[in-house]
Design a protein. Sequence first.
Length: 131
Amino acid sequence: MLTRFISAVVYNQQSLATKSLRLLTTTATKLSDSDHVRSKALEKASHDLKTRKEQRWLDTVASDSEAIVKGEKQHARKQGDDKKDMTDLQTDTIKAIEEKDRKGHLPQFDVGRHDTPESRIGSGGSHKKER
């Protein structure tokens, strides 16, 4: 997102520089603003550049940055919702495991590679055998 913002700023700066150079080097008759004195034409062109075009450029940059901030807020909100959902899932899983343990449906020891198949078969739940 930052790349898009930077490229928008750079593009608009280049565009603004090109247009301002074109306005400042244009003769008074080509400006067709009924000013025949070069200094007045330059002043008007400079003023026009500073007001409208610069404002348009600033509006573009501002709207781009607002869109970036809005997108980042939406992403953060979504990430927060995902974390909340994951926390709920973990809590529900822990409660379910505790419930099964309380009812005696879980094995009393970890099944590992050193266990024999006979000890694994009757290890959990209501099928417990006294050994």
